[in-house]
Design a protein. Sequence first.
Length: 93
Amino acid sequence: MSVNVRIPTPLRKLTGGADEVSVEAATIGDMIDGLEAAHVGIKERLCDDNGEIRRFVNVYVNDEDVRFLDGRGTALKDGDEVSIVPAIAGGAR
């Protein structure tokens, strides 16, 4: 299945500046592996040493947070929209 993945600005240097890429994947885990195959170095930004999605990285499939679905095992269908959103913290007091 081909899914469209929206790439956040901090990761675009790994995708040659592309803000969206297409990946063949049946699950979120497959999608991450497909991104890594095409754009080396992106997986270490998305996943921890155990291969789990880092807690400060939010991944959405069609606006649904994968943490409330099946995480890396979340099934994807052809044409799904996946968004990678890094968490932002801090600010002025």
